[in-house]
Ligand binder design. Structure first.
Ligand code: HEC
Length: 158
């Protein structure tokens, strides 16, 4: 039994040494993960937008899912700025350094994005299909495009 306890303690200690080494591991690794996380979150937003549009356009019969997509978008669009820690313009990213130079404006656009997500969700809750389609387009233009236009690398220009 004592041997077992010793072994467990030993494994735990190795584990914690491993952990602290991981914590020391360069900021570079943390930045890499932050960028990856941001891209995953953006892809999630893009996925819900794409799926919502298929429903709005009547391409698929999943009307019952629309409210779920708008709710997900509301949650995902909250506090987008937290996905942009300082220094995360370095690496495999399309985020432009100007984000951190014009931080106040970037914050404003992020907040606006969240407001348009709320508006889109309200339109879906009201159920008027013309207004839903309008709110969707507005959200895409005033949130996604408004931000990507100035703050994301234009892939065509590369
Ligand atoms: C406040 C700014 C901002 C808003 C609002 C915003 N995005 Fe983005 N988005 C970015 C930036 C910056 C990138 C580049 C991220 C990177 O490469 O690190 C990006 C990247 C993406 C990507 C590519 C992800 C990848 O894997 O490279 C998708 C898809 C995307 N956004 C969809 C959307 C959609 C859809 C909306 C609107 C519902 C939206 N975004 C709103 C700033 C924004």
């Amino acid at each position: 039994m004592k041997r077992l306890v010793n072994t467990v303690m030993c494994v735990c200690m190795i584990g914690s040494v491993g952990l602290s080494t991981a914590t020391w591991a360069s900021d570079e690794a943390a930045t890499k993960e932050a960028i990856k996380y941001r891209k995953n979150m953006m892809s999630a937003i893009g996925g819900h937008m794409g799926a919502a549009w298929q429903i709005i356009e009547g391409k698929v019969e999943h009307k019952g899912d629309l409210a779920m997509h708008t709710q997900a978008l509301q949650v995902l669009s909250q506090d987008l700025v937290r996905l942009f820690p300082k220094g995360s313009d370095k690496g495999k990213t399309d985020a432009l350094p100007v984000i951190w130079e014009k931080w106040a404006d970037f914050e404003k656009i992020s907040k606006q994005a969240s407001e348009y997500a709320d508006k889109f969700a309200r339109a879906v809750a009201d159920g008027d299909s013309a207004k839903i389609s309008q709110a969707y387009r507005e959200y895409g233009k005033q949130a996604c495009k408004a931000c990507h236009k100035d703050y994301r690398k234009d892939k065509k220009k590369k």
